[in-house]
Design a protein. Sequence first.
Lengths: 484, 272
Amino acid sequence: MLEVHDVSFSYDNEKLILDSVNLQIRRGEITVITGPTGSGKSTLALALAGFIPRVIEGAFTGSLLIDGENVEKYLISEIARKVALVQQDPESQISTLLVSDEVAFGPENYSVAPSEIQKRVEVFLNAVKSSHLANRPTYALSGGEKQRVTIASMLAGKPDFLLLDEPSASLDPKGIQQLQKVLLGFKNSGYGILCIEHRLATILPVADRVLRLSKGKISRWSGKTSSAKTTPVEHFRRPDSAEPLLIAKGVSYSYGTISAVRDVTLSVYPGEIVALMGDNGSGKSTLVNLLAGLLHSTDGITYIDGVPSIEMAAQDVAARVAVVFQNPNHQIFERTVQREQYLIFDVLDSLDEAPSERPEEVLLAAGLANLKERNPFSLSHGQKRRLNVSSVTVHEPLVYLFDEPFIGQDEIGRNFITQTIRKRGESGGAAILVTHDSSVATSLCNRIIFMERGSVLLDGPPKIVLDRLGEIGYGEYADLGVMS
Amino acid sequence: MTIEHQSTESGSMLHRLNPSLKLAGLIIITTGILIYPSWRFSGLLLLLTILGFKVSNVPLHVSKKRIHFLMAFSALLFIFQVLMTANGTILLFIIPKHDLMGPFLPVTDFGIEKGFQMSLRFLLVVFSSMLFVSVTDPTLLAHSLTRLKIPYRYSFALVIALRFLPLFDMENKTVRIAQRSRGISISVQGMSRILRTIRYTFFPLLVSALSRVDALSLSMDGRGFGHSRTRTYLRKSCWTALDSAVLVLLSTLLLASILLTLGFLPQISAII
């Protein structure tokens, strides 16, 4: 059994992140921990894996025990033989260029004989259903494949306990189902597994127990799901006279020889909130960039508010379209939260015309009003994402294009982003939302565009599209569509 | 560096060479043209490097914009050297004599030679480094350096650097797109705008890089990196007769450039 006794931790000696936490992880059991952003879930995982206090500095009290033995004096490499931690972003954890090298990396460090390493590479790649990836370069893997390779590489050291921090965050429904199968297999093999998850629905089917961490304290999860609306939105009726805000006509785009978007034609009208869905790698993010005029199509043409996007200056696009990318760090540019919020007015040379209340109101709604003087890069992931949304929508552009905005968001963050999108649709604008979550699609959106290998496979009202997806072999999109 | 530039597969003769030998080759070529800066010598080695691309089937046109930039930069170096070097026999003036004015900006034979020297040297260093990265498997490089008694902590620094090159290349593109999405255009008009452009580019890249470094460091520690002074390797580099032959060639090249620099090979130095 892996356990922490009476563990408290603070990064800055002031704010307590973990407050006298007691937790046991048993072999052959999947434990899930949920809780709001910033509640200390990842910190708890770091403490369970021994990184706190050995690698990460702060005020730590309490003890970590493995099979009843206090491991206070153990080095991190000794604890790592028993406990493996898979962090949130698999991309950042891969240290070599070849999948088999990556899985071999751990055993090599422990001077395991090459013949035994070869066996482990085969066994653990097979365990995560990825034997076919052995000779693939790591940079060419999809998000789901990277996730599975990272798990295999952690398990190759033969630990007894596996800790996973938001393993389903960027997986499509197929990837989530594969992950569930993989975790069930490990559980049956006797591993003790801890999963940290915001999207509880993705992991509930295989969980043995669910706990909640809030304000540094652990408690049993009450079983209540989010208060967010899950009732389908009313069928959207497009006004006859409306002109489309976004148009794509026969648009294609390739990265080198790889075709990402193929011959897509669509229009988005005022009042529409569109869920852009599809498997990882189906071209959703590329299509968003094309519609936003940020990439120029190799074939076809896109229009924003009636103007060909290729003819528009960056400022003209920014005035009309708000884009939120997957990684919040990529679109933060200023030194304080407040400056970031006012950046768009500076860029548009309209600082003097900026409405005095609006930026403050949006910051307040985003829960960032008391952090105005903070450096944006020092915010938590969830706060950064809310700042992204507030800073790109503060000037109320016509169209919002959000790429998986709910990743890593707790209920407060989800509600803020949901309300922002909903208001845009209600006030005559439009929004496109890249998501894998069909409950978001049915509760927030009035249209789903489903992509397959760069092309639009289905386009229509959410219920009709989801029903049709079930019929043509994409049933997992409906099965996993429960908002946590 | 683009993704397509990196290779982990053994294919051509250059791919199969021992990684440490390829690193030594890169160092010898760079040292050779530094100590004997003849433009003909640099041009000859550049031709051999381009031949290396061909032999190893590494496309040199994978990133056309980048190659164009490199060529343009090398041309700029040439022009700068020609204009800044007044020594030598004057061939012509950029601005000829007009009435009582001029002539200005003389072009000399020595200036042209120096221009070729600088631009070819620049192209050689960049292209030979690109070729090295393209035909070298980083994991095997780490192993071969370990066999040369270099601690694996240091040799893995190279592996990590090569692993993250394509990632940072992609991130750079993403940040550029994110800048455009916020209406930020790259501007070099005035110091404040230059500084703002630098800040808007490097802040996001730096923060992203640092967060990745933290995650990678935990991931490596969590897999026992540094557990003991030695480690095993699943894939190992090997030394073949071909490596020995190439080593002899490279040693000869290094020796020749030293002798040429010292003036011990006057007949050859008259040619190159």
